[in-house]
Design a protein around this ligand. Structure first.
Ligand code: FAD
Length: 423
């Protein structure tokens, strides 16, 4: 009997792991389980709607289900049932020989300063999920602008900056919903300040992401806090210097990069009206008037899986071995670092480890796996259901849109469950 392997989370790390396990384990059936009826995690719900080239990696992941026999079990949440999960981790482990947690990290890190819960302060996770039509954020109605401050210097901060700085026609070819485009245009943004704690050469963003900003139609750039130019300049510095002064005087908005500032307070009674900054050594302070603040300073555990305890008790946390038969992968294992391809090498190493562990301690191979889940949970969905959702989302679109996503799980389920002959 083949070993039954369940990977919880169908984001990039789950998909890369399924791919690598297919090669490393001769005799295993692999199921990717997700709490949503749609696969691919942050590729669908994090990667910016105007970066369709990056999202195209799902074509590679689709081969898992279409050619490599991996199962997709959607609409099944694993975790503590008292928090609304369908099935506990312990119960899932009793059904599979191997369980891997690849559930990502969806909570935002907090600034830890007064004022960060004022209205007008937004976190990158809800905002980027909202623009990607994640059902969890359907109720969010962001009212950003006219003066926006973004705190953070990673790629997510740059994504947010770019989306806020684009004019409506610049979203052609994206899957940003018309309602989001309209809302972004409703209250035109006139200035965006982006604040980094470190010096420009140490900023976390990828220089390519900043270079792309130079293509924006109607912005002008100011880059503050740049050190004097040197001959063998770091790529980040060179790219930033290249943006200095770019844009014309009648551009609709000004983008200002500021480096080496630590936010100390967001001012306001009910709503944010200014942010106070300080040099790390306390030498200088600055107050920027603003209407909205967006924090993009990294991600953390949403506490639904007791990740901290799993890591503390792990047999080998670095290798992702939590306990016999229980493994950790992707952002859930190593923290919120790394791009989509970075999850691949990790997945390959973990697959080898799982294959070696299975070979060293062969199990009876009599676990019921997905059959038990299908019997117990009538609400779970499969890959054919996702294909129906995918087809419905990409049918009858205006020429300048590539997808119109469902924003509620109920709507997704209604389509996923349609019988093929009723179409
Ligand atoms: C806003 C944003 C934009 C990004 N843009 C890019 C980019 O342009 N290019 C790039 O290379 N990288 C980008 N990244 C990084 C990239 O998305 C990550 O490296 C990658 O998604 C991590 O993969 P993962 O599988 O560990 O987690 P995730 O992609 O988060 O996948 C986790 C999956 O687990 C599921 N899940 C969660 N909890 C449960 C549960 N209890 N039960 C069942 N299922 C569950 C979720 O629904 C999800 O499908 C971005 C990240 C963010 C946050």
């Amino acid at each position: 009997m083949p070993h039954k392997i369940a990977i919880v989370g169908s984001g990039p790390s789950g998909c890369y792991l399924a791919q690598a396990l297919g090669k490393a384990c001769d005799d295993a059936t692999i199921d990717l389980i997700d709490r949503l009826p749609v696969p691919y995690g942050l590729v669908r719900y994090g990667v910016a709607p105007d970066h369709q080239g990056t999202k195209a990696v799902i074509r590679q992941f689709a081969r898992l289900f279409e050619r490599e026999g991996v199962g997709f079990i959607g609409n099944l949440r694993i975790g503590d049932p008292s928090t609304g999960a369908d099935l506990s981790l312990e119960e899932l482990r009793s059904l599979y020989d191997v369980v891997v947690l690849a559930t990502g990290l969806s909570a935002d890190r907090r600034l830890g300063i007064p004022g960060e819960d004022l209205s007008g302060v937004y976190r990158s996770g809800p905002l980027t999920r909202h623009w990607n039509d994640h059902p969890d954020e359907a109720g969010l109605v962001p009212a950003l602008g006219p003066k926006v401050v973004i705190v953070g210097n990673g790629n997510v901060a740059i994504d947010i900056l770019r989306l806020l700085a684009k004019e409506a026609p610049e979203f052609a070819g994206s899957d940003l919903a018309e309602t989001h485009v309209a809302r972004l245009s409703d209250r035109p943004i006139t200035s965006i300040d982006i604040i980094g704690r470190s010096a420009p050469a140490e900023a976390k963003f990828d220089p390519v992401m900043v270079r792309e900003l130079g293509k924006l139609a109607s912005v002008r750039f100011r880059i503050e806090d740049l050190p004097p130019e040197t001959e063998d300049e770091d790529k980040r510095l060179a790219v930033l210097r290249g943006l200095q002064g770019v844009g014309n005087a009648d551009a609709s908005r000004t983008i200002t990069f500021r480096f080496g500032w630590v936010p100390t307070r967001i001012e306001g009674e009910q709503a944010a009206r200014a942010i106070r900054l300080q040099r790390p050594d306390g030498a200088d302070t600055l107050e920027l008037a603003c209407d909205s603040v967006v924090t993009a300073i990294g991600f953390a555990d949403d506490a639904s899986m007791d990740r901290e305890r799993l890591l503390i008790d792990a047999l080998d946390a670095e290798a992702g071995v939590a306990a016999p038969g229980l493994y950790l992968a992707g952002w859930f294992k190593r923290g919120p670092r790394g791009t989509i391809p970075d999850n691949r090498a990790d997945a390959q190493a973990l697959a080898k480890r799982i294959a070696a562990d299975l070979a060293a301690a062969p199990t009876a191979g009599d676990k019921p796996g997905a059959d038990a889940l299908r019997t117990r949970f009538a609400h779970i969905t499969d890959y054919a259901g996702w294909l129906r959702i995918d087809a419905a989302e990409t049918r009858d679109l205006p020429a300048d849109r590539c997808r119109r996503k469902f924003t509620s799980v109920e709507d997704m389920l209604a389509v996923a469950r349609e019988r093929p002959e009723t179409r």
